[in-house]
Ligand binder design. Sequence first.
Ligand code: COA
Length: 554
Amino acid sequence: MSEQEIKVPDLGGADEVEVIEITVSAGDSVEAEDPILTVESDKASVELPSPGAGKITKITVKVGDKVKEGDVVGMMEASADGGGSDDSKKEPEGKAEEKSEAKEQEKSEESKPAPKKASGGSRKETVKVPALDGFDNVPVIEINVAEGDTIEADDPLVTVESDKATMEIPSPYSGKVGKILVSEGDKLSEGHELLEMTVQEEGGESEDDSEPASEEPAKEAKSEPESEEKPKQQVESAPEPQGATYEPPTPGAKVHAGPAVRKLARELGADLARIKGSGPKSRIIKDDVHAYVKSQLKQAQQGSGVATGSGIPGVKLPDFSQFGEVKREAMSRMMFATANNMQRSWLNVPHVTQFEDADITDMEDFRKAQKAAGEKKGVKMTPLPFLLKACATALAELPQFNVSLDMERKEVVRKKYIHIGIAVDTPNGLMVPVIKDVDKKGLWELAAESAELAQKARDKQLKPAEMQGACFTITSLGGIGGTAFTPIVNTPEVAILGVSKAAMKPVWDGKEFQPRLMLPLSLSYDHRAVNGADAARFTTVLSQLLGDIRSLLL
Ligand code: COA
């Protein structure tokens, strides 16, 4: 392996340029044309590529140094396969891709001044800056084309940036880019000459086509395309930072970054406006973009930051086996689906839970009195049908609970039907069959239907249609125990009633304490759709209905 110098190649006419970023360090292995460092003239940023494949042994410049063609910027050992070239003065292939606009322009001026009028089916046009939506004197931050490029109408020519927005000025024509008349940093206003273009005539085949030139632009006919073409506005303003590691720039501050950095940021989806530049004059360099993206990923994975809206902070699992024996097993599809639904509801719905105790002493007396009738019918009357009936009545009285929110269309969907889901605990997990038109059914019918659906759920016999269309859900843990809980709303419904175990409690009747059977109710609701006062009304209605079932039976 032989050591060779890494020299600054032909800079396309620029005398001295500043090193703004060093992309490799001693010891790094590089391929031919990998960027070694980025230099910047007053016109453009250019990446200096590696002259060959090998290992960097030394970098002899630092950020801020001024270099010119032929200067040694480092040393490398060419790899054994001969990837390196000893002739470091030779301009590497592929450099053309990263050539600065300055060089492109320079070369074109030397080699082939564009003809005033092309012969045959093409003609020469000077593209001017169109109306800029009221902006004036906006600086060019990027030139998106190079001389010789063949472009389509509407392709972006240059990007300008005011303190409020970044705009791409699109090409009014399809054709070939000629001389570029502006440079990065130039301030543009409407009418400013941007560049020359050789425009293909309609029906023409090439620049040398001998058909007579038409006076109309190649694309759709535009009488004054320069002033009619609207620039495409990309960004209204920098969005508010959400958990970003980097400070947002002060309002009105410009983003300083070269084309290569802008390209990288675009590829990685990084918003330059949120990245703090560590280069000279706070210029953003590639390392800044990489560091920013890394920090955002880390935040998302470790849950160390605020949720960004694009995802939620993750939970990092420890190695549980360090604490004792563990066994891992796959989640069932149902468990995974339920887990996702719960998380979606919990994250999307601002939950509030309203608690109430209903006096069901009389209701229970009545229910127990139905035991013989139930045996005759083959149906067991549990508290659930009473709860279903009470909820249907409350939903009819307070229809703000019988809605879904369509946030995308900014609409409230009001339902004219009352279907109620019942959460059923099964060996396979939680299932929620739906009883349709609860308001139109009697207690025995509801008792039979809920028992049948609960059994079907336990036997995995429910059809999809039997689990759809609920307006509201009841989840009863009363047969198991507990005094209260905070159920999760089954979105897109906006409320759910949790029922805990009824218990005898001393209730003051104004003169003395009476032993009463009290049923704890926990109503969770979506606070976007329902306000607290309505929630208190809903549980009060339920408590009254369950406390005096004569009104329920009416
Ligand atoms: N307080 C006291 N006792 C209650 C009660 C309550 N709130 N609710 C029911 N009971 C009693 C019933 O009267 C019955 O007693 P009995 O046999 O002496 O008459 C017993 O508890 C069992 O009732 P159950 O079979 O559960 O019937 P149900 O109609 O009340 O409930 C389901 C049906 C499907 C709701 C219920 O079986 C179930 O699966 N509940 C769990 C729901 C769940 O897991 N929710 C959690 C979601 S996160």
